[in-house]
Design a protein around this ligand. Structure first.
Ligand code: ARG
Length: 585
């Protein structure tokens, strides 16, 4: 089905040609949903820039366009507002037929893209033997939502976990491993280091206090980098241990990722330096190989370099990202590459992209985007910590959310005098708890810092996961009571819009595809959350004002279809956020 937006744009493009000639065919008529709903549902803003171009009065231009506009079966007669906006109000008959098509459409009107371009979403990306912290949780949740949305739109999405699995810290870790578990390597699977983060801390302590250990650690790095078999085995052991811990979190969040850590790009690092040299942009600065940047300066205003090879010959985070970028373009054939990390890495990515451009690594056909997000803070506005002042473990954080959800549920069951099985209680608590954490993160504009509050995210009122899940479950219970065979209605569907709140709901249901397009463009998941929240509020208003089950036919069936369409919209929208619905809760 063609979306309202597309039909309006087409109508305007025809009118522009009729009014001003063929050369105006490709002009964007600037159709948007109306800013002020009192004047209509949509508006076209093209008359203003066009008037400037043609040296005429914008209201006059608007009138010429209207005279040539044939959207009679879609809109009431257009009006001109303010300095020259063209206001459009959709006809009820048109809305009814659009809603009928929407109801029959499996994908709720969201078309697949014509070219299934390869898109890489680089997200989550924790570091081996270090804590997977709340920043990585944000990256995981936001990255997963972006990937789900692009997948649904039909892109060929590769979800990459750029794990920090390489670097000098491994010298220290391997040395410590040999010290405390001398036969870790000979006895296969005998290793149970348990908490790797603690292991890391102890290794660091040894490193800091013993010069002999330091020397051994440095030797170990050299050995590892030269491909020594035993060192690689020890490294692999450590990575496996971390990987198992990470996987528990991914399973719980239901997030799929393909691991391709930093070490994967080791064979391609030399080539990066060679290519930069060949382009003539490599310069030596205090022994290090660098590329000087534009727009990045130090305090005294001198241009800053991006270091790509340290004076000891070692490579760094930036070198790896340059190698990864080349690989993703050349081998993966990616057309769009999206990096989801905290805003603290914005400079890093801007610099890597700039160097890639200068070095001709980045063709015009490829778009690279850093998707930054703000910090996670505690309710005191400071860095999120446990009561005893330690960093919060992700597992504990998720457990706590689930516990909150469980307590809420048990209270509710008690006050409603309901009996439910343990399996039901477990399932609902886990779903609500995890969804609450995800939704709280996604419903914020990701650029802002985000205050982590169990009370807020688990509240049954407001823009929260429990509210959305509850809205869905409630609509489903109405649908169940309606007892019609939704799946086998065939062509025999009529949706009628009579009451004001019913028309409002109907119009809004038709805006899902525009919303998803918006998320595709801006990579802002909160746009989708806002839409879903607004939708459930519109549904509530409709339900308060329009009897469903007590109406006579054909209104009763029509309203049941609106209920069902609302539920399907919520379910699809939430699934793109990585949230699965509950039929009962
Ligand atoms: N491991 C990094 C960190 O923990 C994030 C990696 C992001 N991806 C990338 N291609 N640099 O901060």
């Amino acid at each position: 089905m063609t979306s309202i937006n597309e039909q309006l744009i087409q109508g305007f493009q025809e009118a522009l040609v009729k009014s001003f000639g063929e050369e105006f065919k490709e002009i964007d008529p600037q159709v948007t949903t109306a800013r002020d709903l009192r004047h209509g549902d949509y508006q076209a803003n093209i008359a203003l820039p066009l008037a400037k171009k043609l040296g005429k009065n914008p209201r006059e231009i608007a009138q010429i366009i209207i005279n040539n506009l044939s959207l009679n079966n879609i809109c009431e007669s257009p009006t001109i507002g303010g300095p020259g906006f063209i206001n459009l109000r959709l006809k009820s008959s048109y809305l009814e037929s659009q809603l009928t098509s929407l109801y029959q459409n499996q994908r709720l009107g969201i078309k697949k893209v014509e070219n299934a371009d390869k898109v890489i979403v680089d997200f989550s990306s924790p570091n081996i033997a270090k804590e997977m912290h709340v920043g990585h949780l944000r990256s995981t949740i936001i990255g997963d939502c972006i990937a789900r949305t692009l997948e649904f739109l039909g892109y060929d999405v590769l979800r990459l976990n750029h794990v920090g699995d390489w670097g000098t810290q491994f010298g220290m870790l391997i040395t410590y491993l040999k010290e405390v578990y001398p036969d870790a390597l000979t006895k296969a699977d005998a290793l149970e280091i348990g908490d790797l983060v603690n292991f890391y801390k102890q290794a660091k302590k040894r490193f800091d206090e013993d010069p002999k250990f330091q020397e051994a650690a440095r030797d170990a790095v050299v050995k590892l980098q030269s491909g020594d078999k035993e060192s690689l085995q020890a490294w692999q052991l450590l990575c496996d241990q971390s990987r198992r811990e990470f996987q528990k979190i991914y399973d719980r969040l239901n997030v799929q990722l393909t691991e391709r850590g930093e070490s994967f790009y080791n064979p391609y690092l030399d080539d990066v330096i060679k290519a930069l040299d060949k382009q003539g942009i490599l310069e030596k600065d205090q022994g290090a190989q660098c590329v000087f940047l534009e727009g990045f300066t130090n305090k005294s205003g001198d241009p800053l370099p991006l270091i790509v090879q340290k004076s000891d010959g070692g490579y760094n985070y930036a070198t790896t990202d340059l190698a990864a970028l080349r690989y993703r373009i050349k081998e993966d054939k990616a057309k769009r590459i999206i990096y989801v990390t905290d805003a603290g890495q914005s400079n890093h990515f801007a610099q890597v992209f700039q160097v890639a451009e200068k070095a001709n690594f980045l063709p015009d056909t490829v778009e690279v985007t850093h998707v930054p997000f703000g910090l996670v803070k505690g309710e005191d506005g400071k860095k999120l910590k446990t009561r005893s002042g330690e960093t919060v473990k992700l597992k504990d954080l998720l457990d706590e959310a689930v516990n909150y959800a469980r307590k809420d549920l048990e209270n509710r069951l008690q006050s409603e005098e309901r009996q439910e099985s343990a399996a039901f209680i477990n399932h609902v608590s886990e779903t609500v708890g995890i969804s609450a954490v995800k939704y709280a993160d996604l419903s914020q504009n990701r650029i802002s810092d985000y205050i982590f509050s169990y009370d807020k995210m688990l509240a049954l009122q407001g823009n929260t996961a429990p509210y959305m899940l509850y809205a869905y479950a409630r609509i489903q219970s109405i649908s169940r009571e309606g007892n019609i065979d939704y799946e086998n209605l065939g062509e025999n569907i009529t949706i009628l819009l009579k009451e004001e709140t019913e028309i409002e709901l109907g119009k809004y249901l038709l805006q899902l595809s525009e919303t998803i397009k918006e998320v595709e463009k801006t990579l802002l998941p909160n746009r989708l959350c806002d839409y879903l929240y607004e939708l459930s509020k519109k549904f509530n208003r409709f339900y308060e004002n329009c009897p469903v089950l007590k109406s006579d036919e054909p209104v009763k069936t029509s309203r049941l279809l609106l209920c069902d369409l609302t539920a399907r919209t919520l379910k699809l929208g939430l699934s793109l956020l990585g949230i699965s619905v509950l039929e009962r809760m």
